[in-house]
Design a protein around this ligand. Sequence first.
Ligand SMILES: CC(C)(COP(=O)(O)OP(=O)(O)OC[C@H]1O[C@@H](n2cnc3c(N)ncnc32)[C@H](O)[C@@H]1OP(=O)(O)O)[C@@H](O)C(=O)NCCC(=O)NCCS
Length: 166
Amino acid sequence: MPASPSPQPERLRSAVRTCEHGGTGKDLKMITLRRERPTDVPAREALLDDVFGNTRNRKTSQRLREGRLPAEGLSFVAADGRRVVGTARLWNVAFASGQPALLLGPVAVAADCRSRGIGNALVRHAIAAARGLGHGAVILVGDAPYYNRFGFTAEKAARLKLPGLT
Ligand SMILES: CC(C)(COP(=O)(O)OP(=O)(O)OC[C@H]1O[C@@H](n2cnc3c(N)ncnc32)[C@H](O)[C@@H]1OP(=O)(O)O)[C@@H](O)C(=O)NCCC(=O)NCCS
């Protein structure tokens, strides 16, 4: 697992300014990272539809998630007031050897809220929370140029085979 900050309380004020105000000016409202609540689910699903489109369930990583629930306590949202502007979840999976791991994803941030560090804060928060709960490995299917910054490398996963990939 990549290096990450120590586990945080469930609610945390990240160093991310509210989307509405573009990260500038005197408004000190912050994006809040917190555990996902049942009432967030419709907004999270709408956000994922916006970001990935309605074919998102055909993605390779979705095959790994099919029939599973997210790992207990490891679903997070970024909220700008009442609006869900980001999502990251971790899922229990296992290697063929039986060794448990977590699958990260989908990670998504609303298009009008990007490049303010929300994705970065969500991923780091999720990894720190997983570590705090004693999990030892996180894998994902994603773009190396983005995920390398968190310590993920394709080399470590070179021998893994995923459903849907030959
Ligand atoms: C990837 C994503 C979650 C990042 O969210 P974000 O809040 O904008 O992330 P951050 O602000 O922490 O980082 C933004 C930086 O990452 C870069 N970045 C975003 N996606 C990238 C990618 N696929 N490859 C390389 N860099 C990427 C941006 O260009 C930006 O660079 P900058 O800081 O130099 O401007 C968001 O762009 C998104 O939802 N993308 C569509 C869905 C997706 O690809 N999800 C990941 C796969 S599950």
